[in-house]
Design a protein around this ligand. Structure first.
Ligand SMILES: Nc1ncnc2c1ncn2[C@@H]1O[C@H](COP(=O)(O)OP(=O)(O)O)[C@@H](O)[C@H]1O
Ligand SMILES: [Mg+2]
Length: 301
């Protein structure tokens, strides 16, 4: 090849790349939109949460906010926070709510063995005033806590889940927690989460992934350990936090007494719809139900 020809080849590669194009990855806007699911809300069974998600509609030139009445269908959301902040209670309430509506839920339990989870779900149902026996079989538990094979082998776990989704016509998937799936291999966290996320999308699941933050560092952001890998991959994040009232400043800010614990909640982004961006008080009732309360008011001077 002469110099001229080499130069031409190099220029061609620079312009067109040297790989094979994947034509199946190309969509016209119209065709992609035709495949888009309708934006609708899924009621969560968590008091105070459903109206924090909304869409903006334009009618006759007027734009108005309309509550979705739940989390957006087909979204994959990350529920994060340090231990004992109410993450498990929240996803259990969500599971019970869907099952009571006649929907099938796959619950991948990584920390708590199936029998303990089932008991907890029953207690959640009772606290919600529902008869668990009526819909208990709408919940299909995949017990990873008791299966070392599924914990360490993502392909086997995904095959188990696709079997469950197909056989039981499952539309909702819960994983408590994804952190437990990459405990000893933090390096792989992003890859694991991305594969799980893509899998949920492929099977049209509305999914909640619990992830554990290890430190209270940057309490209300999704960025602390556990959050890093997940936040950018999923559709949105809900952050649960708790704080000890140990200074007069905090006592005044939260209007609580020194020595009390204050629980907080915030939606940290959702790319499928509009959402409330304020920090809210969160309460866990005596019967073990998560309730989202009023937003924290910072007094204007
Ligand atoms: N009846 C109840 N059942 C379970 N947890 C309860 C109950 N009442 C209060 N709680 C509180 O809920 C918290 C457990 O929340 P959980 O969802 O397990 O936390 P996480 O999954 O974030 O670690 C505990 O700190 C406990 O104090
Ligand atoms: Mg938990």
């Amino acid at each position: 090849m002469n110099k001229e020809k080499i130069h031409q080849e190099l220029e061609k590669e620079r312009l067109y790349g040297s790989g094979e194009p994947d034509l199946s990855a190309i969509y016209l806007g119209k065709d992609a939109l035709a495949k888009a699911p309708e934006i609708k809300g899924i009621p969560t069974g968590v008091e105070g949460l459903d109206d924090l998600f909304f869409i903006v509609i334009t009618e006759k030139g007027q734009t108005t906010k309309k509550s979705l009445g739940g989390i957006p269908a087909y979204s994959v959301l990350n529920i994060t926070g340090v231990s004992d902040t109410g993450k498990s209670l929240l996803v259990e309430q969500f599971t019970v709510k869907q099952a009571s509506r006649g929907e099938r839920v796959a619950f991948i339990t990584v920390e708590s063995p199936a029998n303990f989870l089932a008991l907890s779900l029953k207690l959640r149902a009772e606290a919600m005033g529902l008869d668990f026996s009526i819909f208990e079989n709408n919940i299909i538990i995949i017990d990873v806590a008791s299966s070392g094979r599924l914990r360490d082998n993502l392909p086997d776990l995904l095959s188990t889940l696709s079997h469950v989704i197909q056989n039981y016509k499952v539309k909702f998937t819960i994983i408590d927690s994804i952190t437990g799936l990459f405990e000893t291999k933090e390096m792989l966290a992003r890859m694991v989460v991305r594969r799980l996320f893509n899998f949920m999308k492929k099977w049209y699941q509305t999914a909640l992934f619990v992830s554990q933050k290890r430190t209270a560092h940057e309490e209300l952001t999704a960025e602390a350990a556990g959050g890093y890998a997940v936040g950018h991959i999923v559709d949105g994040t809900m952050i649960l936090a708790k704080d000890l009232i140990d200074t007069p400043y905090k006592a005044k800010l939260y209007r609580k007494e020194i020595g009390e614990i204050v629980r907080l909640f915030r939606i940290d982004g959702c790319r499928l719809c509009g959402h409330d961006t304020r920090t809210h008080f969160l309460e866990i009732t005596e019967t073990g139900l998560v309730v989202i309360k009023e937003p924290i008011m910072f007094k204007k001077r």
